[in-house]
Design a protein around this ligand. Structure first.
Ligand code: ADE
Length: 319
């Protein structure tokens, strides 16, 4: 049942050589239609492999989840959340595309868009940090994508550089919606969601977790904005703002909003980060305020140009 609804139904045209008549056949895609290659990434309960379509030669990323493990670890719920979130967001700019899902006796499979330039953490690690121009280019796409998923009623809850992939044109693609929160549409409106819906379970990664989750054990969509502030800081500083030798000490720093800008950190980005890394969620900058900030003065968020302009050459930040 799990895979039935998501399974791709491919229409293949077959022409009968004798009658010349063309008919369409429904063919369901399965793992037999792909050649599996290198491991692209490992999650806590999944592995992502490169997969090449035997028919078209097109490359995909296939996320493989062991059914036995999912059941034993009680993670089945998260797989279904990931599938629902990706389906709700499908064909959205800045979000990894889910083509279809299928299963066999042992595993569940998500056939995802392949992002050949890897993840944003690897890029930052390779260069140490990013120039202001690069930070602006990537930060604009990241905040635009967060804005989009919030407008569709989804909170990511585990925004971090590892979950930001890069496509062939170095455009960002958010991934890993296994810990997302999907909000119900408001009963009385067609197109808005209760973004303040509070969620109680612990999710996220220590360095990017918001203080409200640690203090009051709740998060709403503003946790993704907090994480965005941490990622923006990291682009320039080369390390996240709240980092300690262990999770406990990291949490202490987050709760006290204890971080320090590195020497020469650009003033305009300091100002923006300071507006985002605010303990009280209701005093934190909102997405429209972030987009209007001086740091983005040359960025037009309305005309789609952030997704069209070529990626700047990657260079580290120089004081
Ligand atoms: N690693 C995890 N998911 C990936 C994807 N969709 N493309 C490339 N690498 C990945």
């Amino acid at each position: 049942e799990w895979a039935e609804r998501g399974a791709a139904k491919i229409l293949r045209e077959v022409t009968n050589p004798e009658t010349g008549k063309t008919t369409k056949h429904v063919v369901k895609k399965g793992i037999k239609d792909f050649i599996f290659g290198d491991t692209l990434g490992d999650g806590s309960y999944s592995t992502v492999l490169l997969a090449t379509s035997k028919e078209s030669g097109k490359k995909y990323a296939v996320k493989v989840l062991s059914k036995e493990y999912l059941i034993r670890q009680k993670k089945v719920k998260y797989v279904n959340i990931e599938k629902s979130a990706l389906q709700r967001l499908n064909n959205s700019r800045g979000i990894i595309k889910l083509f279809f899902t299928f299963q066999d006796e042992s595993s569940l499979y998500f056939l995802l868009e392949y992002a050949p330039n890897g993840d944003f953490l690897s890029v930052m690690k390779k260069f140490g940090s990013l120039s202001e121009e690069c930070a602006c280019y990537y930060a604009a796409q990241i905040i635009d994508s967060i804005s989009l998923l919030h407008s569709r009623g989804i909170i990511h809850r585990d925004m971090k550089p590892e979950n930001i992939l890069l496509d062939k044109n170095m455009k960002i693609k958010l991934t890993d919606f296994g810990t997302a929160k999907i909000l119900d549409p408001e009963p009385d409106s067609t197109d808005s969601f209760d973004l303040f819906s509070r969620s109680k379970s612990f999710v996220g990664t220590a360095e990017y977790v918001s203080p409200e989750l640690l203090n009051d054990n709740y998060v709403d969509f503003r946790c993704d904005i907090w994480a965005f502030g941490c990622i923006l800081f990291q682009m320039i500083a080369g390390k996240p703002p709240f980092k300690a030798t262990n999770e406990y000490l990291t949490f202490q720093k987050v709760m006290k909003v204890q971080y320090a800008f590195t020497a020469g950190f650009p003033l305009v980005i300091r100002d923006l980060v300071k507006g985002i890394l605010v303990k009280q969620p209701d005093q934190r900058l909102t997405i429209p305020q972030i987009q209007k900030h001086h740091f983005f003065k040359d960025v037009n968020f309305k005309d789609g140009s952030i997704w069209e302009r070529p990626a700047p050459e990657i260079q580290p930040y120089k004081v």
